[in-house]
Structure formats: C-alpha cells, structure tokens
Ligand binder design. Structure first.
Ligand code: GDP
Length: 304
C-alpha cells in the first residue's frame, strides 16, 4: 500500500503538485513560496535552480506588492521558459546535420543503462530518414553487451557499424570508424563511448585520447559531444552531468525516459546548472521515440 501511494505521488504532475501547493490561498506568501520550493525540488529541478526561481518570484512579489496565486502559474511559466532560453537558443524541430561538416562527427557519452545505445539507434534512424549516410562506431568496448546492443540497432536501422572485440582500445575503434566513414563518403558518424564512471582521471584520459585520435582523421572532430542522461533518475543525472562535464567538454544533452516520469524538472535544472543546451529528449523505447527538444513544447507539457 505504501508503494502504491509512493507511485501515485511520483506520478502526479508538476501542475497537480503546484495546484495543491496553492490550494486555499489567494495570494503568494511565505507559505506558498515554501510549498513551491518543495514542489520544484521534488520535481527534480535541483536545489540551485529552484532557489533561483524562488528568488525571482520573490522579487516580483516585492515589486508588485501583491501576487495572486492564479497569476503564479503564468509567472512561473515565464520564469522557467526564460531559464530554458538562456541555454537553449535554437528552436529546431528537425534532426539537423550541419551542412559544413562532412562527415559530421557526433561523440556520445553517458553511463550504462541511461539509454545511450537506444538514443544512438534512434538518432541513426532519424539521420538516415533525412537522407544522410550514417556510420556507427562501437567505442564503448568495456562490455560485450554494449557492442552487441549497438550492433542490433545498426541492423535494425540498416547502417554500417565499425566494431572490434570487447576490451579493445576505444580510441582505436573511433579511428577505424572515422577512416571507414571517410572512405565511404559518409555524412554522419556516431561514436558510442565511455559507459562507465570509473574514476575521473581515467574517464578524462579515455575521452581525450578518443578525441585526439579522431582528429588525425577529421581535424575538427568531434563536432558535438552529446551526454545522455536518464531523466527519471533525478539526483543521479545531476551527478553524472557533473562528472562528465568535468572530464570533457560536453556540448549538448539528451535526456531520456521522460515518458515514464512526471519529473521532467531534470531538464530545467541540468540545462541551467551546466549551461548546456538540451538537444534531444527520449519519450519511449521505440525507434521513433526521440524528439528534438523544443523549449516551448516542453514548458507547455510541464504545466499540464
Ligand atoms: P545504455 O546501457 O545506456 O546503452 O542503455 P540502453 O540504450 O540499452 O537502454 C536501457 C533501457 O532503457 C532499455 O530497456 C531501453 O529500451 C530503455 N530506454 C531508452 N530510452 C528510453 C526512453 O526514452 N524511454 C523509455 N521508457 N525507455 C527508454
């Protein structure tokens, strides 16, 4: 019974929680702000970003002397959209490949289990559908399962994959992949890398070696370093973002599993805290269940 209640609680949406937080109140006062803080934190917005939002609301209350709870919804929405806009400038709706990069090299990082392989498969599918020639590289060589999983996606999408045996040097796989891509005149290369957070120095060394070696083939590779995070894991996602951004320059984020959670707040908090744009969101296990992140649609869905 406790479990049932727990699930119900985690399932209730941000909007539902927000409504409860202001129930019976007509104006925004300290109590409402305390409740709001709790709602934001429990929606995985993260403490720093929550405090930033609360502060901005407080400023409004102070400035306008009075803020009705009906207005709170609208203002909160503006503040969240504003925060997202600081790091998410584009409003792309399509899976785009920069025209001036050939091949466009996308390096994907993230720990096992977050949906990294699935995201690579979904991306390969979208890029191929858009008419691009895609090659995958299995440079997450620590687990045989990781290589096999990527192979399954390569077969499903029907794109070539470059792989070596388990335990081989990730940089060597990345090198082979880029060479093969160039010789096939490919448009997009997606390299699967580091699936484990052993220790920071190892991670840093592994990723920088992969980059260095890739640059022997494509001088300015990688063009994008995409960190995949599981949106349903809250604090863990923040911790992983911290570790990966410390180990390498992460240029965009994919947040997965947003279908199974009412806690999409991770998207708001992580983008704000690490100043990295969210490029894609995963909304299911199927091949079509990856979307180009759109901040306006996201804010709309968050308030439903
Ligand atoms: P990896 O170990 O990070 O490569 O993770 P996988 O790609 O193998 O995914 C782990 C599990 O998460 C699999 O069962 C996937 O089907 C599932 N998964 C990946 N992305 C999503 C998503 O956006 N939504 C849901 N519900 N499941 C996902």
């Amino acid at each position: 019974q406790t479990l049932d209640r727990g699930l119900e609680k985690s399932k209730s949406s941000f909007f539902e929680k927000l409504s409860k937080a202001v129930a019976g109140k007509s104006k925004v006062d300290d109590d409402v702000l305390d409740n709001l803080e709790e709602v934001l934190v429990s929606s995985d917005v993260g403490v720093n970003t929550t405090l930033k939002i609360i502060e901005r609301i407080e400023e409004r209350v102070e400035r306008d002397k009075y803020l009705g709870t009906e207005e709170l919804n609208k203002i909160l929405r503006e503040e969240i959209a504003g925060l997202l806009s600081e790091n998410n400038h584009g409003d792309a709706t399509e899976f785009e490949v920069p025209k001036d990069k050939k091949p466009y090299v996308l390096m994907v990082v993230g720990v096992n289990g977050v949906g990294k392989t699935t995201t690579i498969g979904k991306l390969a599918y979208q890029f191929k559908k858009a008419g691009h020639k895609v090659v995958l590289g299995a440079a997450d060589t620590f687990r045989a399962a990781a290589i096999d999983q990527l192979q399954i996606w390569a077969d499903r999408v029907d794109v070539p994959i470059v792989r070596q045996q388990m335990g081989s040097d990730p940089a060597s796989v990345a090198f082979d992949t880029l060479q093969s891509a160039v010789s096939q005149d490919a448009d997009v290369v997606i390299i699967d890398t580091a699936g484990r957070l052993h220790n920071k120095v190892n991670l840093m060394n592994e990723l920088s070696k992969v980059k260095r070696v890739m640059q022997k083939v494509v001088g300015d590779a990688p063009h994008d370093v995409l960190l995949v995070l599981d949106g349903s894991t809250g604090q863990n996602a923040f911790e992983q973002a911290k570790q990966f951004t410390a180990a390498t320059e992460v240029t965009s984020l994919a947040v997965t599993k947003l279908d199974g959670t009412a806690k999409g707040g991770v998207v708001i908090g992580i983008s704000d805290q690490f100043k990295i744009p969210v490029k894609y969101i995963g909304v299911g296990e199927g091949i079509e269940d990856l979307q180009v992140f759109n901040k306006f649609e996201f804010v709309d869905s968050f308030f439903k």
